[in-house]
Design a protein. Structure first.
Length: 284
């Protein structure tokens, strides 16, 4: 009787899974590993080991698409990436405007800041076309470049980290991707001082700060398919603009009231009889 030796996952790799998960799915993981590495070269086996380790880490940190934190990052990712792209685009627009006004004293952006801007904008463009694995890779690159800078935006790192931590095997909903584009446009346009000088003067006001977040929050609340994750997801992405007017108790009260009214408006619009009539319209 002959015995065949099949490659098996290293015990240390399997030990990364929680004990209960390993007891329930250990045999399945082993079979998948054997099928993927049968007759494979060492590079393929190392890649499979890395995939197992990454999946085990996601299970332990609740970042899979079946766990609450993972679903939250999946919902937040398009809005967070839109906010990050808007921040970098606004900074680039302001720098270009200053250079046009006074070419002698305007500070030129460093190569690191330029690379962060390009990587973030490219990640946003890829996300718009549905290429989320590449968008995640570019977001990770932008995070690495930000970590090497002494003066980096405090908001970009958590926003980009949300994109990197989203479950890799899932994609955000189309509605969230479209509304993320709207959020990026509404937060960037008020900082466009060359072509829209009138709107740029409104960017410092409270309406200019809260308007984009209120619009997207009300719109997403009114559409079907909303979940409990959408409200915190949109609020998280809007933090760079929401927190500006909250320097005083009065400002905090106004911000909380405005956002609550936007949510209530979305809930009311989502329950109008017209929406029910459209859903129940008979087919011809």
């Amino acid at each position: 009787m002959t015995h065949t030796t099949d490659p098996q996952p290293a015990p240390r790799i399997l030990a990364l899974y929680p004990r209960r998960y390993r007891a329930e799915h250990g045999d399945e993981i082993t079979q998948l590993y054997r099928h993927a590495t049968e007759g494979a070269n060492p590079h393929t086996r190392r890649r499979e080991n890395w995939d197992i380790a990454a999946h085990a880490l996601r299970i332990r940190t609740a970042l899979t698409s079946h766990q609450p934190l993972g679903r939250f990052t999946l919902t937040t990712a398009p809005y967070a990436l839109a906010a990050a792209a808007s921040l970098t685009a606004s900074q680039a627009t302001t720098t270009a405007a200053e250079a046009i006004r006074d070419t002698d004293t305007a500070p030129l952006p460093g190569i690191g800041g330029l690379m962060v801007c390009l990587a973030t904008l490219a990640a946003g463009a890829l996300a718009c076309t549905g290429h989320w694995p590449r968008a995640r890779a570019l977001s990770a690159l932008a995070m690495a470049l930000l970590a090497a800078q002494a003066h980096a935006s405090a908001w970009l790192l958590p926003l980009l980290a949300t994109v990197v931590l989203m479950p890799p095997a899932a994609e955000p909903a189309r509605t969230d991707r479209r509304l993320a584009l709207l959020l990026a446009a509404l937060t960037w346009l008020p900082t466009f001082p060359i072509a829209l000088p009138v709107i740029s003067t409104l960017g410092a006001g409270m309406i200019g700060q809260l308007g984009p977040t209120m619009t997207v929050l009300a719109w997403r609340t009114a559409t079907k398919g909303r979940t409990t994750h959408h409200v915190p997801a949109i609020l998280f992405a809007g933090l760079p603009w929401i927190t500006t007017p909250t320097a005083s108790p009065i400002g905090l009260t106004i911000v909380a009231t405005a956002l609550t009214l936007a949510w209530c408006a979305g809930r009311t619009a989502g329950t109008l009889p017209l929406n029910g009539m459209r859903r129940s319209r008979p087919r011809i």
